[in-house]
Design a protein around this ligand. Structure first.
Ligand SMILES: [Zn+2]
Length: 414
């Protein structure tokens, strides 16, 4: 979360931190925020919008049309689970921006959204105020995603705030991971087992469906039933179909239209009870959701089955425990024999790897921008900072939580 002050107005870039963090970091109240720009709909960038509104934020929310479609799914989901929220009001606060067309925000700043290739609707944001300019990359996508086009060239800016998630390592090959996924499905199905893939419902699920679709098209995956067990994945898939023109290949929309979606809990339980061979993509990328655990409890001690992890598995999650060596795994208060094979495929990440980030940031080096690295752990950001300095960047640093940059008298970035 970044706060920009322009001519007395306060504009947040992304809203993935809590109201308590806002108060502690800046300090600001939600009611003092005039506008929020959302780079993309992942929860670590947009997940606190509803909470901000509940706590007094009533400004405008600038987004791309595709991001708005994805946020509507989240608003409805939040309203269903936490009846006190008001998705209709949030809808009124949305300001839909075209890509690459400047629009004026509070504080007389010009805002331009530049496609970032990380997720449907994802952008970097350029803000201009008088002669100052700031570009925030949001999350930077990969050049070889089968789902989204590569990120567009970043514009010149005086200050560039860049993500650094993969600042110290390359992203694993998508092609290799997709090919291995095809082999795992083939092995499980030929043994009459199941494949369980815990995956986030937004983005990762559509990517895995696209991978399976492409594998099948080339005869590299058996023609087995694919079931998506998630309350929201169907709605996210529909948004991808609605904005198919923004996909790398509009024909990919077929990948999630011929799939069976299980939305209710009772259907999900029925699916887990049956033993029909199939591929199940279950919501929850780190395997902690009830839907993922439900299927894992059924397959983990069945040697015919395969468990495929396609996201980063944080310490303390069930996904990380599944990857630990050892013959058993603790789940829901008991130990299970880990007789199903468990494999992690890291090539499905949506983040640019180190080399791609360095290529993406080349314009910032060439125009001698001040570069601030965020959204990565300390080691990753520090490693990328060194590489950028070696490549000729004028001033690179990794800011602390309350650090401020002042761009001439008119604008301040915190
Ligand atoms: Zn993201």
């Amino acid at each position: 979360m970044i706060a920009v002050e322009s001519n007395g107005a306060t504009i947040l870039l992304d809203c993935g931190r809590s109201v308590r963090d806002l108060r502690a970091t800046f300090p600001l109240e939600p009611s003092q925020v005039d506008a929020i720009v959302i780079t993309h709909a992942h929860r670590d960038h947009a997940g606190w919008l509803t909470e901000f509104q509940a706590q007094g934020f009533c400004g405008r929310v600038f987004v791309s049309a595709a991001t708005a479609a994805l946020l509507r799914v989240q608003f409805e989901d939040s309203a269903r689970w936490r009846g006190s929220l008001r998705p209709a009001d949030l809808e009124k606060q949305l300001v839909i921006c075209d890509y690459k067309l400047e629009i004026e925000t509070p504080g007389a700043a010009g805002l331009t959204l530049v496609p970032a290739g990380h997720l449907l609707g994802a952008v970097g944001t350029l803000m201009r105020c008088r002669s100052c300019s700031l570009f925030f990359t949001g999350d930077v996508g990969r050049s070889d995603s089968p789902l989204y086009p590569p990120p567009e060239t970043m514009p010149d800016a005086e200050l560039v705030i860049a993500e650094s998630t993969y600042g110290d390592r390359e992203a694993a090959s998508y092609e290799e991971s997709a090919s291995r996924l095809g082999e795992l499905v083939h092995d499980a199905i030929s043994e009459h087992g199941r494949v369980v893939i815990p995956a986030f419902s937004l983005g990762r699920t559509q990517l895995i469906l696209a991978a399976l679709h492409n594998l099948r098209k080339h005869g590299n995956c058996p023609d087995v039933e694919i079931v998506v067990d998630s309350a929201t994945a169907r709605a996210y898939s529909r948004a991808h179909t609605e904005f198919r023109g923004e996909l790398r290949d509009p024909g990919l929309a077929d990948a999630w239209e011929a799939v069976h979606y299980v939305e209710t809990e009772s259907e999900s339980r029925e699916l887990a009870e049956s033993s029909q061979p199939c591929v199940i993509i279950a919501s929850g990328g780190m395997a902690d959701s009830e839907r993922s655990r439900r299927h894992l409890r059924r397959v983990i001690d069945d040697p015919r089955c395969r468990v495929v992890l396609v996201s980063y598995q944080a310490v303390g999650t069930l996904g990380r425990r599944l990857l630990n060596p050892g013959p058993t795994v603790r789940m829901d208060g008991r130990n299970y024999n880990k007789w199903a094979s468990v494999e992690a495929l890291s090539g499905f990440s949506g983040h640019a790897g180190r080399s791609e980030l360095l290529r993406y940031l080349r314009p910032a080096i060439d125009c001698q921008a001040v570069i601030r690295l965020v959204h990565g752990d300390r080691a990753s950001a520090a490693s990328l900072a060194r590489a950028l300095s070696d490549a000729g960047a004028a001033g690179v640093s990794v800011p602390g939580p309350s650090d401020t940059d002042r761009l001439r008298p008119a604008a301040r970035v915190r």
